[in-house]
Write a protein that binds this ligand. Structure first.
Ligand SMILES: Cc1cc2nc3c(=O)[nH]c(=O)nc-3n(C[C@H](O)[C@H](O)[C@H](O)COP(=O)(O)OP(=O)(O)OC[C@H]3O[C@@H](n4cnc5c(N)ncnc54)[C@H](O)[C@@H]3O)c2cc1C
Length: 396
């Protein structure tokens, strides 16, 4: 679900020299002990395997608890239920959530990208309708970009909304790989509303779709681990009101490009399987041999570097810049890092992966070994990200 072609807003607004060292401001850092203490209590019963499922773990009650604590919708304006805090405050909270293996999946997409998108492009009515509920942890969104035969080449999507003659629209088509469509209230879908023979990136629009609306069918897809995280979603003559359009009719490509910077920039891109690194360190114990010490040291050094890069991207977002290519760097390097951990773990510890039984080291390893191939697909494939990076560096 990532645009391949170069949209104007992908042009880096900041030069390479401005991609500088960033620290978490003290007021954001001050949140950390409270969040950590809350999680230690709230997640006390969570097993290592459940913690490994953190980013995929769907728990609406937990999301509502986070909302009640004021830890969702952090940078939204207060008049929409937000807390007007910096992106760094959100960064601290999600670092703690992921490091603890909290089940964050229910609210994740809404909090990370649907809310900023609606805030930026939505109407006042849409902001008032959706943003407070997102900040309360009660309203969940999914992303409807990919379609059969339209993943990397997103401009080839075929789902289409036609005007109904009364100010609304009628939608037909299909989305695929839609994470959490089965547990979400709404999808923000990119669909065709027109054509421009001179530019295939024109004529796409974004709509908020109520997933309970007549004509919407959600069919779960079972992944390699046997779980159902993503889905096929079919639209058959789905009626959309005039208030379903987000932003400008025909301006969907630019909006999606801006949205993807939020999707690719966060620490989830190298912390989504942090449970395995913790499992590895735990299994190695206090007396590592030379190889174990060297390899774990290398992993931790890379993690630290990735964190620094991700913070620099957060600083760009906080400054209102569009860090599209820098976010792609973090996402690509983060995926490589996360994919290497299961391989290294198999080399370093005597805990053969086991899906049913065995030590929890074996089970966590099995689960994340099965998940790892998806890390360089979800949110944009490696080849596509590297194309964006090359373009950002002026190499193509
Ligand atoms: C766990 C997971 C969750 C997902 N969740 C969502 C979601 O919530 N919403 C959503 O819309 N989508 C979602 N996706 C879909 C994801 O965005 C797509 O799988 C991804 O964009 C790739 O598209 P594709 O599968 O059609 O593969 P293709 O685009 O067909 O790519 C196949 C291969 O060809 C390579 N390739 C394609 N074009 C080029 C090129 N121009 N140059 C070089 N190489 C190229 C790709 O890098 C890849 O290796 C999810 C995917 C996964 C794995």
């Amino acid at each position: 679900m990532q645009p391949r072609a170069h949209a104007p807003s992908e042009t880096p607004d900041m030069s390479v020299t401005e991609f500088r060292y960033s620290r978490i401001p003290a007021e954001a850092e001050a949140l950390r002990p409270t969040v950590r203490a809350f999680l230690a209590d709230a997640l006390a019963e969570r097993t290592p395997l459940q913690r490994a499922d953190s980013w995929m773990g769907f728990d609406a009650a937990f999301s509502r608890r986070l909302g009640a604590r004021g830890w969702l919708g952090l940078s939204l304006p207060k008049r929409y239920g937000g807390h007007e805090m910096s992106p760094f405050a959100r960064y601290v909270i999600i670092e703690e959530l992921l490091a603890a293996g909290a089940p964050v999946s229910a609210h994740w997409i809404a909090d990370r990208q649907s809310a900023p998108l609606i805030l930026r492009y939505g109407t006042e009515t849409q902001r008032e309708q959706y943003l407070p509920a997102i900040a309360r942890g009660e309203c969940y969104f999914c992303i409807g970009m990919s379609e059969p035969n339209s993943g990397s080449d997103l401009a080839s999507i075929k789902s289409r909304a036609k005007p109904d003659g009364a100010g609304g629209w009628v939608l037909n088509g299909q989305k695929v790989w839609t994470t959490n469509a089965h547990g979400s209230h709404y999808m923000i879908a990119l669909v065709r509303t027109g054509e421009n023979p001179k530019s295939r990136h024109d004529g796409m629009s974004q709509f908020i779709i109520d997933l309970k609306a007549p004509g919407v069918t959600v069919r779960p897809i079972t992944d390699l681990t046997g779980h159902q995280h993503f889905n096929e979603v079919y639209f058959d003559e789905v009626k959309l009101g005039p208030d379903a359009l987000v932003g400008t009719e025909g301006g969907g490509w630019e909006q999606v490009t801006a949205e993807l910077a939020f999707e690719r920039s966060g620490p989830e891109r190298f912390l989504s399987s942090i449970a395995l690194l913790q499992t590895l360190i735990d299994a190695v114990g206090q007396q590592p041999d030379a190889l174990q010490a060297k390899e774990i040291g290398r992993l931790v050094a890379r993690l630290t570097t990735l964190r620094q890069m991700s913070l620099a991207v957060t600083a760009q977002l906080a400054a209102g810049a569009n860090p599209a290519w820098a976010a792609s760097c973090v996402k690509d390097l983060g995926a490589v890092f996360e994919q290497e951990i299961p391989e290294l773990a198999q080399l370093l510890i005597d805990a053969p992966p086991s899906v049913d039984g065995g030590s929890w080291h074996s089970q966590v390893l099995a689960y994340l070994t099965q998940m790892a191939p998806s890390f360089s697909l979800r949110g944009g494939t490696r080849e596509i990200l590297r194309g964006i990076i090359a373009r950002g560096l002026g190499l193509r």
